[in-house]
Design a binder for this molecule. Sequence first.
Ligand code: NDP
Length: 283
Amino acid sequence: MAAKILDGKATAQSLRQEQAQRVAALQARGITPGLAVVLVGENPASQTYVRNKERACQAVGIYSEVHRLPQSTSQQELLGLIAGLNADPKIHGVLVQLPLPEKLDEEQVILAIRPDKDVDGFHPENAGKLLLGQEAFIPCTPRGILVLLERAGIPVAGREVVVVGRSNIVGKPAGLLLLAQNATVSVCHSRTANLAEHTRRADILVVAVGKPGFITADMVRPGAVVVDVGINRVGDRLVGDVDFEGVSQVAGWITPVPGGVGPMTISMLLENTLEAAERLASA
Ligand code: NDP
């Protein structure tokens, strides 16, 4: 294998120590940062993500509460809970785990979260601020990618970045964030013609498609940095969107799945919650 591993698990672990110190500093001022997570329904992947978030909070001393609601929850009940959390002084961050059951209106739910508690960064106010380059909560996965690159000493400015995927939670904000760091960014999607011509140009290739093994070695420029956001269950294994075996022979750096972007996403949720509490403390 030629590629070096971009180790999200180790990076998140080292960030955890800094985060625990920030929690202690807040506690010395009488503030315990608090995160509320709302989970509706029985989606097994969501249940795992929520458990991991809860554990990560505990590990650094952030207070967390998980509201597990049945699949049958109505829009009004969910909005009522969010209104309560918006007003609760022990809660600094509110997160509604997506996807929601189909009958619920996701857009309206995101809109109901107070923007200064929106630690997922999905509220239109935060999305708009990211677009305008103003201070905002940055969605956790794109922020995690940026911090992972930074901590590995991989420069972004002036480099050719290709993002495959344009979702509101990963692809689009990742593109904007890397653009703000002075990368030259292309964002590809399912209607992109000649995808491999784009991906082969990339110094840094970010893949968030949701298809196992979608990016193969022939689509990657030798020495490129490959960031695999995908999490796909194949049998009893979790695999990314990148064919790790093949691509790691060609790339200069690569994130593993699991252990790459996933732990960084959770780490940035803690970071955003800490920032929310720190902002409130200095308000
Ligand atoms: P979405 O399904 O919302 O978006 C997928 C994107 O991939 C779309 O923009 C789609 O294009 C594009 N796409 C689909 N097929 C192709 C194709 N053949 N060629 C080029 N582009 C294509 O997914 P998400 O962004 O929410 O998630 C992507 C992956 O990342 C999933 O595996 C998810 O589980 C994982 N994930 C991991 C996280 C982590 O912490 N590591 C966090 C969030 C997600 P179009 O817009 O044209 O349809």
